[in-house]
Ligand binder design. Structure first.
Ligand SMILES: Nc1ncnc2c1ncn2[C@@H]1O[C@H](COP(=O)(O)OP(=O)(O)O)[C@@H](O)[C@H]1O
Ligand SMILES: [Mg+2]
Length: 232
């Protein structure tokens, strides 16, 4: 469906409305389940029945938190609007992100390699949106390397575009699924939502660029965000 069509706009508004309606009651449920868990955990010498109740309440709490997370990401996906572009330093943004994810990567036995072209001048992009996209790609790269591996982040300026490549040495993606990964709600991960890549692609396209992937099962994947290099 063309993103600008009336029908698309209406469905989007409907979906956003529904998600919004569910959000508040769900957050009340989550919060009360959390309080219930805390109360059950504070019981001294719990009887087997109490232990069972706590176990089930915990499952309910975790699942309702997962729903909250999906809803949040879904609303995010719908709400990504025209970028608020300002002149920024893309490598500075990536340095910050990589510094932030380093401890987690280390714990996952993932080695980070930076291949940033620091000569890329300031250009216009939406700092927050691009941060969000890159974070989504890095989270996926981590999930794709359960045994550890290498995460390579590269920037290039070529042919009027800046490209950010996020490469992993993980499980890879079968050729048949290469386009499916950008479909909303498509996920192969147990705790996945299937919203990361659709959101990242939407952001890239709102910038007039795109998000693409090349991958080889068993060897790894490279996701590339292309952003037009605009200096005014
Ligand atoms: N780096 C990657 N390596 C292998 N598969 C990937 C990678 N990134 C994404 N995928 C595949 O694309 C799917 C969709 O990703 P995404 O939209 O971020 O949703 P989620 O992470 O919630 O599953 C994932 O479930 C996985 O199957
Ligand atoms: Mg993801």
């Amino acid at each position: 469906m063309a993103e600008e069509s009336e029908a698309y706009k209406q469905v989007t508004a409907l979906a956003a409305g529904l998600a919004h309606e569910i959000k508040n009651p769900l957050s009340t449920i989550s919060m009360n389940l959390q309080l219930l868990c805390e109360e059950l955990e504070s019981v001294q010498d719990p009887a087997p029945r109490e232990t069972r109740i706590l176990k089930r309440t915990k499952i309910l709490m975790e699942e309702s938190k997962r729903l909250e997370d999906i809803l949040e990401k879904f609303l995010h996906f719908l709400r990504e609007r025209d970028p608020c572009k300002k002149p920024g330093n893309i490598n500075h943004l990536l340095d910050g992100i990589l510094k932030f994810v380093e401890p987690e990567a280390k714990a996952l036995r993932i080695q980070i390699r930076k291949n940033l072209d620091y000569s890329i001048p300031f250009f216009y992009f939406d700092f927050e949106q691009i941060r969000n996209s890159v974070m989504n790609l890095i989270k996926n790269a981590e999930a794709a390397m359960p045994e550890g591996g290498e995460l390579i982040v590269q920037t290039t300026l070529r042919g009027g575009n800046v490209t950010i490549d996020v490469t992993d040495t993980g499980v890879g993606i079968p050729q048949d699924n290469l386009e499916k990964v950008f479909e909303i709600f498509y996920t192969t991960w147990e705790k996945g939502s299937g919203l990361g890549l659709p959101t990242a692609r939407k952001i890239a396209r709102l910038h007039g660029g795109d998000l693409s992937v090349v991958s080889e099962p068993g060897r790894g994947s490279k996701f590339s965000i292309r952003i037009p290099f605009e200096t005014k």
